[in-house]
Design a protein around this ligand. Sequence first.
Ligand SMILES: Cc1cc2nc3c(=O)[nH]c(=O)nc-3n(C[C@H](O)[C@H](O)[C@H](O)COP(=O)(O)O)c2cc1C
Ligand SMILES: C=C(O[C@@H]1CC(C(=O)O)=C[C@@H](OP(=O)(O)O)[C@H]1O)C(=O)O
Length: 388
Amino acid sequence: MRYLTAGESHGKQLTTIIEGLPAQLPLTRDNINESLLRRQKGHGRGKRMQIEKDLVEITSGVRHGYTLGSPLSLVIHNDDFKHWTDIMGEDPIQGNKKLRRIVTKPRPGHADLNGALKYGHRDMRNVLERSSARETAARVAAGAVAKTLLHHLGIEVCGYVKEIAGLQADDMSELSMVDKKVISEESPVRTLDKKIEQRMMDKIDQAKRDGDSIGGITEVCVEGMPAGIGSYVHYDRKLDSRIAGAVISINAFKGVEFGIGFDAAHKYGSEVHDEIAWDEQRGYYRKTNRLGGFEGGMTTGMPLIIKGVMKPIPTLYKPLQSVDIETKEPFHASIERSDSCAVPAAAVVMEHVVAFELAKMILEQFPHDQFPKLKQAIEDYREEIRCF
Ligand SMILES: Cc1cc2nc3c(=O)[nH]c(=O)nc-3n(C[C@H](O)[C@H](O)[C@H](O)COP(=O)(O)O)c2cc1C
Ligand SMILES: C=C(O[C@@H]1CC(C(=O)O)=C[C@@H](OP(=O)(O)O)[C@H]1O)C(=O)O
């Protein structure tokens, strides 16, 4: 299974095409819209999220509530396009630089300058339109399809905020998946402790007043993955490495950790590795889960715990110094609008890109033309490893 996305941030629409899904998977647009709505929430988003109401249209691949096995295409319309029809239209546009809204002032931390150098764009709008995290809506749509597939296989994926501006959200490790989901779905900045939640929002508001931005840490937990998904035999079949790539591909993500992650560097082996145990009901299991559910590029059968680090948003109301590519003069640009913190939304994005990689690996490992047969194959495999 693979997917592609297309679409510019202020263009007409975002398109996602997923190829390689099994036939006969139950799928409706509600499965996807729920995820899209969650991605739009969270304290610290800018005015754009008030304009957009992300709803998907399934334009192929589904009939009467079930996948056909043919490519699935999903469309999300950009409501903001109506304000940008000339600037984003396909026909040549006349007028002065201001009318055409040509961008010649690159923002440090965004893709503007490097993208302009690479593709030879003297108008950096040609870069920012596609490098914008608007594209993550299309990725969430793909991930929502993957999550639906996983859900029907008894696998649940949940993403939530772990830290914003140095403030730790509550440790959710002991909570049931249902409770984790309630917390992350209500509003992704939610924590169990209302005081911490308020302090996070205060920090975001303060950063916004200061013309600054804020990053944080997101976490994804996965329950129900059987052991042995992924592979040790080749670098590109290691599931943890695919997940790491997918997480780092999210705009502004700069790090990924599995389980205790970087803390493993300061510990002894006896404090890091998870001892193996067995009982009749569960089969093999681990007494601890410090490695976050991965060994040798494969799942261990324990919950997957994955963290991602998001840097602060690059577009600042109090801008950093840069150089105009036309005049070569230094400048301090003022900006029109931006998010000041998008960590809650990014947690939802991470949940969905992880889900896609998990579903993709499962489909690689089991025959999957027909979803009911895939489901049976997974059930048989679970039983086989329980009795191993
Ligand atoms: C959900 C989400 C929303 C974002 N919103 C903004 C924004 O409003 N302004 C901005 O400059 N960057 C925003 N970003 C980050 C940029 O898209 C990102 O920093 C940029 O594409 C450069 O890529 P890099 O940071 O991965 O190097 C957002 C990222 C995410 C995940
Ligand atoms: C549109 C989304 O996020 C956008 C991501 C983004 C960026 O530079 O990454 C910049 C902003 O776009 P605009 O300049 O139109 O306000 C965000 O709003 C979205 O998440 O749907």
